[in-house]
Design a protein around this ligand. Structure first.
Ligand code: SAM
Ligand code: SF4
Ligand code: SF4
Length: 344
């Protein structure tokens, strides 16, 4: 887009003064896993209607939106899904994003299943970093959690491939569900301690309506901290930037750090600087949003960059989301959007 099409010196902020800094782009709503907490097989079965091809944003459309949001202040873009590596020709999208939004950090969150072949091409295309989801090292538990019989060993190979391709430091995301994988958190910490990879434990969240979330299933971060500290002593670190979602801790013996994402026990909406674009081009200003703003129609109807920027600016400046802070009985029955659609 042309340099003069936007007011460059007016920082865009929402109603609570939060700037737009991070953008998560879902590149597909499909996935080769059926994690029980995200896409339970009973719902996402053979009869489930995923988005048809022509409703999904093209690479050109995604790159255009990335360029415009970069002009509005976005500093970090994360590709997600669904499983982003299922999208054909993904390195080509990375190349187009790098050209459209130079200087913006480009990351991806993946289940790691396809990294052995894709890490190299993605790094070569310009991907800066990768986060791999891995909830346990116990093979039987992992196969049951992903409900696709996918083995831990192949994800570990994918993580190694990412490191070898220079996508380091790799972050490892582990969602903890009580009675399912909480017994394995110390094993996970031990496995990645001292490797350069940064493990982050995520509290199981009430996203979507299909996973049957119950507060009892959540293991609060403070409990995880205690369990890990008892085996591998840790101490808290200061956040490195505004909007950082993980509470950072480090091993007292200097062998690296780990993080805790406390979306349920200690929400961080006050610093939430992220927007999401679904695979079919709707803009969401909160993970728990009830409705999005369609960007695809104006894109396809020929809106110019200034008009799209105005639309984005209008939505962001009206934003007053803080779902996690007001999570309560009042919000329980809202028709929330599924994580696999909106992008985690
Ligand atoms: N398929 C990719 C993956 O699994 O990394 C990217 C999309 S996935 C929706 C993004 C992240 O959301 C993953 O780390 C996943 O573990 C996390 N996630 C999914 N459902 C969740 C839930 N109910 N609570 C907390 N995290 C969740
Ligand atoms: Fe797929 Fe990721 Fe959801 Fe698991 S968490 S079902 S890998 S989108
Ligand atoms: Fe941001 Fe919404 Fe999550 Fe709060 S609940 S941190 S506003 S995405």
């Amino acid at each position: 887009m042309s340099e003069d099409s936007l007011p460059a010196d007016q920082p865009l902020a929402d109603r609570f003064g939060r700037p737009l800094r991070d953008l998560r782009i879902s590149v597909t709503d499909r996935c080769n896993f059926r994690c029980r907490y995200c896409m339970p097989r009973e719902v996402f079965d053979a009869g489930f209607e995923f988005l048809p091809r022509d409703e999904i944003l093209s690479f050109e459309e995604i790159a255009r939106l990335a360029g415009i949001t970069a002009q509005l202040g976005v500093r970090k873009i994360r590709l997600t899904g669904g499983e982003p590596t299922l999208r054909a020709e993904l390195p080509s999208l990375v190349r187009q994003l790098k050209a459209a939004a130079p200087g913006v950090e480009l990351a991806m969150t993946t289940n790691g299943s396809r990294l052995t072949t894709l890490a190299g091409p993605l790094a070569e295309a310009g991907l800066d970093r990768v986060t791999v989801s891995l909830d346990t090292l116990d093979d039987a538990t992992f196969r049951a959690m992903n409900d696709a019989d996918f083995p831990v060993a192949l994800v570990l190979e994918g993580i190694e491939a990412a490191e070898a391709a220079g996508l380091a430091p790799v972050k490892i995301n582990a969602v903890v569900k009580r009675g399912v994988n909480d017994e394995g958190v110390v094993d996970l910490a031990e496995r990645f301690k001292g490797t350069g990879a940064v493990l982050r434990f995520i509290e199981y969240m009430d996203v979507g309506v299909t996973n049957g979330w119950r507060l009892d299933d959540v293991v609060p971060a403070r409990e995880l901290v205690e369990r890990i500290d008892a085996a591998l002593p840790i101490e808290p670190l200061e956040p490195s930037y505004r909007g950082e979602v993980a509470k950072r801790w480090r091993y007292r013996d200097g062998e690296g750090e780990l993080g805790f994402i406390t979306s349920v026990s200690a929400p961080f909406c006050g610093d939430c600087t992220r927007a999401r674009i679904s695979a079919d081009g709707s803009l969401y200003t909160c993970l728990f949003a009830v409705a999005g703003t369609d960007l695809r129609a104006p894109l396809r109807e020929g809106a110019d960059d200034a008009a799209l920027a105005e639309l984005l600016t209008g939505v962001w400046s009206e934003r007053e989301d803080r779902y996690s802070e007001i999570r309560s009985a009042d919000t329980e029955d809202l028709p929330r959007i599924e994580m696999s659609y909106i992008g985690g």
